[in-house]
Design a protein around this ligand. Structure first.
Ligand SMILES: Nc1ncnc2c1ncn2[C@@H]1O[C@H](COP(=O)(O)OP(=O)(O)O)[C@@H](O)[C@H]1O
Ligand SMILES: [Mg+2]
Length: 239
């Protein structure tokens, strides 16, 4: 069943075509890697999908209903969650309270919020820091807390933009375990990452963009072995 359908989406910044006629479908339960060299349009595409930017043309369907141009808040209510930008972590509130506030704001009762917060604290291995203020956390711990905040009420589709960038390997492993476990339970993701070993390990399917356009959309192995993808990374401003 198609959850998200991206149809001919384009976005220009002046003379630059940042996203060029991009189309793909994401079925419910898929974990799709979105890769491509720096500047290939991945973040712009996620911005469009999450309502932070309007496309110049094209259509985005969520459950077969057009949703392009909706605000991030409206999209979040429909289950599209862009992590690390939509998420609000309160720096002067501790870890467990941040989770409880997020859960209550999304309509959970007190007991339900507490039991979900406890489960997420265990799953994200935040136990020893549960009473620390969010402002005291390291960058990686903050990202783990943001995962928790986003998953108090699991979104229909989670859009992750380079969650592993510049985090400690231990945190990276916890995030990877979290994504894998949630995918195993049917959670849908689009994961933007430059970390190819992680993309290979986590994502059965990958979409590679270059210069705003989709180069190939196939199994991750096929994508990484495709000469056009290798060319894109070698020929562009690859990281
Ligand atoms: N707000 C903006 N104004 C002008 N150009 C932008 C803006 N956002 C992105 N771009 C340009 O669009 C292209 C795609 O950027 P981006 O989506 O961030 O790529 P990626 O996430 O794949 O690295 C780049 O050339 C970038 O410089
Ligand atoms: Mg980016």
């Amino acid at each position: 069943m198609t959850l998200l359908s991206v149809r001919g989406v384009s976005k220009r910044f002046g003379g630059l075509v940042a996203v060029n006629n991009v189309s793909f479908d994401i079925a419910a339960g898929e974990l799709v890697g979105l890769i491509g060299p720096n500047g290939s349009g991945k973040t712009t595409l996620l911005n469009i999908l999450s309502g932070l930017a309007d496309p110049d043309s094209g259509e985005i369907l969520l459950d077969n209903v057009p949703c392009q141009g909706l605000t991030p808040e409206r999209l979040a209510h429909r289950g599209v969650m862009r992590m690390f930008q939509l998420t609000r972590v309160f720096r002067r509130m501790n870890v467990v309270d941040n989770l409880l506030v997020a859960g209550r704001a999304l309509g959970l009762g007190a007991d339900e919020a507490l039991s979900r917060a406890d489960a997420l604290i265990t799953e994200l291995r935040l136990d020893v820091i549960r009473h620390l203020d969010a402002g005291q956390l390291s960058g990686g711990q903050m990202k783990l807390l943001e995962f928790g905040v986003c998953f108090m009420v699991p979104p229909r589709i989670a859009l992750l933009d380079e969650p592993f960038a510049a985090v400690h390997p231990t945190m990276k492993e916890i995030m990877g375990d979290f994504i894998r476990a949630r995918h195993g339970k049917g959670q849908t993701f689009i994961l933007v990452s430059h970390d190819m070993p992680v993309v290979v390990e986590l994502c059965p399917r990958a979409v590679c963009m270059n210069a705003g356009a989709v180069v190939i959309d196939a199994t991750t192995r096929e994508v990484l072995n495709d000469p056009r993808v290798i060319e894109a990374y070698l020929g562009g401003q690859a990281a």
